[in-house]
Write a protein that binds this ligand. Sequence first.
Ligand SMILES: [Ca+2]
Ligand SMILES: [Ca+2]
Ligand SMILES: [Ca+2]
Ligand SMILES: [Ca+2]
Length: 498
Amino acid sequence: MILACSKVEKKTEPTPIVIPEQAIKFTTNLDTGTYYISDTLPLVITVSSKIPSAGISFSISSIWTDSTKQIFKIDTILNTGTLSLNIPGHYRMGSYSVQINASSKSTSTNTSSRVLSLINIPLLPAVNTDLFPNLNWNDHVGGKNSIYDINQDGTPDIITYRRVSDKSPLPSIFEIKDYLGNNIYSFNLKEFKPNVRDSLQHIIIDYSDLNNDGFIDFALSYMGEWWTGQPGTPGSSANFIGNYICLLLSTGKMQYQPVEILDDPAKVSFNITLFDWDLDGKSDVLLSDLRTGDYLKNLGSNKFQRSNLGKPFFNQAIGNKLDFDKDGKIDMINLYVNQMDENNRYTSTDMSQTLSVLTKNGVKHFPVVGKTIKKFIYFLADTESSERINMIDGDGDGDLDLIVGSGISKVGAPWDYIQEYFENTGTQFEYRANYITIDKSLIGELQAWTYDIDRDGDLDIFYPTYKKNNLTNPKGAAFWWENTNKGFKINKNFKLKY
Ligand SMILES: [Ca+2]
Ligand SMILES: [Ca+2]
Ligand SMILES: [Ca+2]
Ligand SMILES: [Ca+2]
């Protein structure tokens, strides 16, 4: 017989079994390498150890290491396995470091931490001209100051016309396209006006909201001159065969009604400029230039009346349109310098250098001093000629300073380009040598545009176009200029946005 036998023991309270907390372990979605950021940090933290009963205290902070500035800091308790955060504020160019500390809420010695590296490389909003090889890219860029978005979809647009060199006469097609390669609008001048005279085969284009419906309207001028040979060379002569102008008046978003406003075989015109020339609040159409004063006065409701402006506000020369006095309304700026012909003869007796600004309050004139700005009608061999202007606050004092863009023509070699800075002192614009750094081994153009590329709150400078298949060639490398408030410095840190 087997007797079950048992010891009778004194019953005791069970000793609590101390199960040590697992060492805290976590991973993030950004653990491998450097994360490229443009603003918001999408951070996901996953805890791989057992969560202590009281939870885990997380302390997360991000530092902009370029200035040791703290971007954000958060302390939070996690009771589940993952923590997802979208943390904004990393919009400025530079390096960031994200510190993550995790510790058990009940055992403060049970901690873990890691550091993530982020880098923000600025996006350069230049356009690749290989995208549409048949366009006149010069006209997309010239006389403008920054990217523009006609159809208001957030992607910058291109307004110009097709230039097909192996066809004569050219098709005269006005085009709106965008930086992603989309075709937005096209208008064939010759389909609308089959018997239009072919002249220089350039469509001169300007735009403004003429009928005040919130959509941009266009004026197209088909030019009135062509040459029998190389312009300006002996034996070559100009033939004048008139000027044709039509407006494209918006009837809705990207819908236009073409309206012929001038068909004159005797008129010669090299400009068309939409601006409120008579300062009554509505954009008008200057048919050629201020010297003639011939313009269409905007009467409202798509009605225009041929009129004359009378005495010119200024000697019309190199122009641009921007908001000089910061009242929200676009002003006209004009840099006059005496222009030379192909024989180095001045074309005027007026030797002044003047920046004129036409605002709704009238015109103001500012001397431009410290350097003789050269301008020629034609680029011949080794000609330095100023062709474009823009304005930017380069010294951070709140007023706009002047940028003059020039080309230096070369025979049998690529041209050089320079951008020069004239500081606004309130009464005049004074030349500051080398304020805008120039490196002629990099890309060059006549017109520089402005944009806050590093997103630090001030405008920087860049060239609007590049060629993707030419970036590694001499004079092909893209760059931008950082506004340091003490000069514009070449910066090669960027990614091409388009
Ligand atoms: Ca667009
Ligand atoms: Ca007007
Ligand atoms: Ca300034
Ligand atoms: Ca900036």
